[in-house]
Each structure stands twice: as C-alpha cells, then as structure tokens.
Design a protein around this ligand. Structure first.
Ligand SMILES: Cc1cc2nc3c(=O)[nH]c(=O)nc-3n(C[C@H](O)[C@H](O)[C@H](O)COP(=O)(O)OP(=O)(O)OC[C@H]3O[C@@H](n4cnc5c(N)ncnc54)[C@H](O)[C@@H]3O)c2cc1C
Length: 465
C-alpha cells in the first residue's frame, strides 16, 4: 500500500488501514465516502467519477424518515432542513395524494397516503452539496475518470487494479461500483462470475440493463409559473401523483417550495425487455409531452404546460441480482438495481421515491462495516459478504414494491383496478389504495439503525472467530 493519508488529529502521515476506491460520484458513492469519513480517519478513500464534474443536475428526490435518519447520522440534516419544502416532523402527515386525472372534464382525489414524519422532497443539488462538503481533504474525488475495466489480484500490491478510459490506472484494496444503472463494474463482475461459475445459471444476463417500456419526462420549473396558470394548484402545496391508464404524473415542490419537480411516465408494458432504439436521454418539448396526455384534466395539463425544459428518459432496469459482491468488489445503489426501473430495482423505480434512499442505505451499511475497527486488509472480502447478506434481500424486495406501486398508479394490475369507469370504480380505487399503502409500509418500519445493529452483530461475531 503506497499511499498515506494525513491524520485528522495531528496532520502526521500514517499508513491507511486499507484503501477504498469508489467508482461513481453519484449520491450513492458520495454517501459511502461521507459515511467512511464520519466513522473513521484511517481509511484512504478515492472517488473516481466519469464526468468532468460532479453533476448536481437533476431534480427533486423524495426522502422518507429512514433516509433522513442517515442524513442525521452523517450530521447533514441541519443544513438541509432549511432547504427542504417540508422537513420531517413528528406525527403522521399526508405524504402523497393520489388523484385520477385521465378524465378531460375533471379528475378527483381518491387517496391520501399518510406517513409518520411525512415525505421530505429535496433538491438533488442540495444533497450533493451537503455530501461533498462533508468530505475531508484527505479524500480525493477524481473527475474525468471513467472506469473501463478492473483486475482483481491476490498480491500485496493492491487487490484491485482499476483501468480508466484515459489509459491511466489506480490500485485499491477494494472497489465499490457505485456507477449507476449502466455500471461497468456490474458488467465486468457478472462477466467474471459467468466465467467462474460452478452453476448452470447464466450470470452474464445481469451485465446489461434492459428497457422497461417506460419513458419518463422530467422537468423542474418555478412554482410561480404553475400558480399563474392554475390558481391554487395543489402541487404547490404537496406531492400529488396524477394517475391514469398506462400513465402517471408525479409532482411536488422542492427548493423551499420555490420550484416544482415533475416526472411524467408513459408505460408500454408490451415493450419491456425490448432494445431501446435511441439515446436513453434526449430533450423533449412540452408539446411532445402534451400529446401523451391530451385527454387529461386541466390540473394535470397545467403541470405539463409548464414543462418547457424537459428531458425524456428511457427507463432501464436490471433483473434482481443474485450477488452484490465478488471477491474484493462490491456494487451499490443503481449499479446493483436500477432506479426507475419499471419502477424497479436499485435500479429501483421512482414510484415509491426510494432509489436514492436505497442507494444511501447500501452506502451507510457498507460504510459502517468498512469503518468498523474489526475490519482490516485481511478480512475485507468477508466484510463485503456481510454487506451483501444485509442488503441484497432487502433492496431487491424494495424494487419489487416500487414496480408494483407503479403498476397500481397506472391501473395496470387488473385484479385491483383496470381503469374502467363505472359504478364499482370508487370501491375498486379504495382496494387499489390499500394495495398502494402496502407497498409503502416497509418505509416506516425498521430503519437503517436497526439494519446496522444487525449487520454489526453478525460482523462482530464473524470477525472475532
Ligand atoms: C425520474 C426519476 C425520479 C426519481 N425519483 C426519486 C425519488 O423521488 N427518490 C429517490 O430516492 N430516488 C429517486 N430516483 C432514483 C435515484 O435518482 C437513483 O436511484 C439514485 O440517483 C442512484 O444513485 P447512484 O449513486 O447509485 O447512481 P447514479 O446517480 O446514477 O450515479 C452514478 C455515477 O457514476 C458515474 N459513472 C457511471 N459510469 C461510470 C464509470 N464507468 N466510471 C466512473 N464513473 C461512472 C456517473 O457519471 C454518476 O455520477 C429517481 C430516478 C429517476 C430516474
């Protein structure tokens, strides 16, 4: 191990306990770096980000109490409270209203999802800013470093060699792939697992994401514009999912209520798994989006008419992975699932607002395990396997819930409601709402503290053997 890091207390150079390379400077990768920084000062951490800057672009993210708990543990909550539209507050609060909107002469609200502490929308940029500020000077975020391959070795001189697209290399004792849905780390891990496999399972199929059949139109615009178009628009005051057959529009205020974040989804389940023929992300016009929703009610159309700067994202997903870890390489966040995925998987879907939250829970549990005093150069692979056992089943289950929630919003689960209007509609929507609630229930169950206690107990028992 050649590099040293400065001791926070004395400034003296000491050899690091081990070196962590994080591939990807998204919210997952930066949360891992922040967790390491918060819980120890003797691990070297380098973040390698493909872009030439850490992109804070994007929009709003809805955070629940369990994600907020991680921000508290990282000491970032205070700075974010003032930027949040509705900071978490004790008691139960309406987190999300569901409304039927695919009716031209006026829709109707059919459900208020009430949650402990409510839901706290944040601007992605605020979260990036808080995480980046929390990193010590001894951590380096390397930009324009696109991982193209890695080689795991057994030797003393570094367990993993990273190769970048610019021809440079770096070494580390472990590599964490936090490189998003198109993860190069996942692609190589599954190619390696396929080559090494002792089973008949075709592990190579997990290398590449596939199209979910969904296009998501994303935009952020000033709240004042929406209110000028539609006086008293409810989205200026809280989160609303406008539901319709095969389509839904999720919108909520961010940036202390000054801006509206919106994602409008158009789904074609028959195209799930087909190759997407164009670039995954392209600009879209308001007219293009309006054409998809032409029969919808004025409240929904007012939102779409404000979407003058919009990008269309083809939502890609990854099948639920059987492994998050191989040797000294681990995956987290969207690399291990993908977000919007038909609403799914860590590449999980945005339908229950948990992609970032799950990426952060991965990062928090992994970071705590690595920072634990029992973790050292010699038992890193074992620590990673405790991470996998703790996170894989939970995160894969969340992906399934997100997927199901999306289908419920879009009246695509016929056993609950198929979107037909008629005398039974209200009763069916009540049953559907009950199902929606069930997809969210886990969110206010045991949070990351309990998960960490469990993982810690397992690790302490194993590492002391
Ligand atoms: C429309 C939409 C709405 C969403 N809404 C919510 C929400 O309300 N709440 C919520 O919790 N989540 C939401 N999500 C999900 C959330 O955005 C993601 O789950 C989250 O950003 C995942 O973080 P990540 O760090 O794992 O991956 P990413 O954010 O994708 O970051 C990956 C990083 O790795 C970099 N990278 C990629 N390849 C390489 C490489 N080869 N070498 C080096 N670096 C590389 C990328 O440039 C990027 O910076 C939403 C997602 C979408 C698409």
């Amino acid at each position: 191990m050649s590099a040293g890091i400065g001791s926070a207390a004395t400034g003296a150079q000491v050899a690091p306990r081990f070196r962590v390379a994080i591939c990807g400077g998204g919210l997952g990768g930066l949360t891992l770096a922040a967790t390491l920084a918060r819980h120890c000062s003797d691990i070297q951490c380098d973040v390698y980000e493909a872009s030439s800057w850490i992109s804070t672009a994007g929009a709003g993210i809805g955070t629940w109490q369990r994600t907020w708990r991680i921000l508290e543990r990282l000491g970032l909550d205070q700075g974010l409270v003032e930027k949040a539209f509705s900071p978490p507050k004790p008691g139960k609060h309406t987190a999300l209203t569901l409304r039927r909107s695919d009716i031209s002469d006026g829709g109707f609200n059919f459900y208020d999802l009430v949650a402990p502490y409510g839901m706290t929308p944040l601007h992605r940029a605020d979260l990036f800013d808080a995480l980046l500020r929390s990193l010590p000077e001894t951590y380096t975020v390397h930009t324009s470093k696109r991982l193209s391959a890695y080689i795991m070795s057994e030797g003393e001189a570094g367990s993993v060699t990273l190769h970048f697209a610019d021809g440079s290399t770096a070494t580390a004792d472990i590599l964490v792939g936090a490189d998003g849905v198109k993860s190069k780390t996942r692609a190589q891990m599954y190619a390696d697992l396929e080559n090494a496999a002792c089973t008949d399972e075709h592990l190579g199929r997990y290398q590449d994401p596939k199209w979910s059949g969904i296009i998501a139109y994303r935009s952020v615009f000033p709240t004042a514009e929406l209110l000028a178009r539609f006086r008293g628009h409810p989205v200026a005051f809280g989160a609303v999912t406008h539901c319709g057959k095969g389509k839904s529009i999720m919108a909520y205020p961010i940036a202390s209520g000054k801006m509206i974040n919106v994602v409008a989804y158009v789904s074609d389940p028959s195209k799930e798994g087909m190759p997407f023929p164009r670039k995954w992300e392209t600009p879209a016009t308001s007219e293009e989006v309006l054409a998809e929703y032409e029969d919808w009610e004025p409240q929904a159309l007012a939102i779409i008419k404000c979407m003058t700067q919009t990008s269309a994202w083809a939502i890609h997903v990854v099948d639920a992975l059987p492994h998050y870890v191989h040797g000294s390489v681990a995956l987290l966040g969207d690399a291990a699932r993908h977000s919007l995925r038909y609403m799914c998987a860590h590449a999980s879907t945005p339908y229950i607002g948990s992609g970032v939250g799950q990426a952060m829970e991965d990062a928090y549990i992994l970071g705590r395990l690595l920072a634990h005093p029992a973790t050292n150069y010699g038992n890193l692979a074992e620590a990673l396997s405790v991470y996998e056992d703790a996170r894989l089943p939970v995160a894969n289950a969340v992906v399934q819930r997100a997927r199901r929630a999306g289908r419920l919003y879009q009246f695509d689960l016929d056993e609950w409601y198929d979107g037909q209007r008629g005398p039974a509609e209200r009763k069916q929507l009540d049953a559907l709402s009950d199902q929606v609630y069930r997809q969210f229930e886990w969110i206010w169950g045991d949070g990351p503290d309990v998960a960490w206690e469990e993982a810690k107990n397992v690790w302490e028992a194993r590492s002391c053997r």
